[in-house]
Design a protein around this ligand. Sequence first.
Ligand code: IMP
Ligand code: MG
Length: 182
Amino acid sequence: MNDDIAEILITEEQLQRRVRELAAEISAAYAGKEPLLVAVLKGGVVFMADLMRHLTIHHAIDFMATSSYGAATESSGVVRILKDLEEPIEGLDVLVVEDIIDSGNTLDYLRRLLLARNPASLRIVALLSKPSRRRVDVPIDWIGFEIPDRFVVGYGLDFAERYRNLPFIAVLKPEAYARSVA
Ligand code: IMP
Ligand code: MG
């Protein structure tokens, strides 16, 4: 698996330091409140698992799963809900935890869907953002790192369901991308 890696863009140490910083900011922003963290499956799981362990406020967690039609590394703008939240969110302070904002399509759809359920507030934290790829302008409250337009894996992010377990963010060798789809 490690032979497939061309370059590490964000090291484990950089990720852990930034996650602790984000957790401190989020804990301060929700002082006196008890937010519901909603991780977007599957990519957001690793980030949320680390983030929540550094939060100093009470909070609950839940999960949603979305899928966008289209090619493996491109989002088409059509989003489907594969798994919805367990409970209504009316009156709750909701924080959506995303792995990466690329075109913004997924998050834009999710944001409208959740806002229609009348939460007390809705904020978004994304570990990664590719600003040069944005097609829909979605307000993001916290961003871990801005990265260039490259397809990355690790720390929850996959290529063909692989590499989610890498503790860093990396770019694969071209032959690794080719092999997985073959
Ligand atoms: P968007 O709807 O175009 O913003 O796409 C968001 C989703 O596409 C993310 O939640 C990821 O699941 C996936 N995605 C976008 N860029 C990457 C990448 O570089 N590596 C892995 N998954 C990605
Ligand atoms: Mg995702």
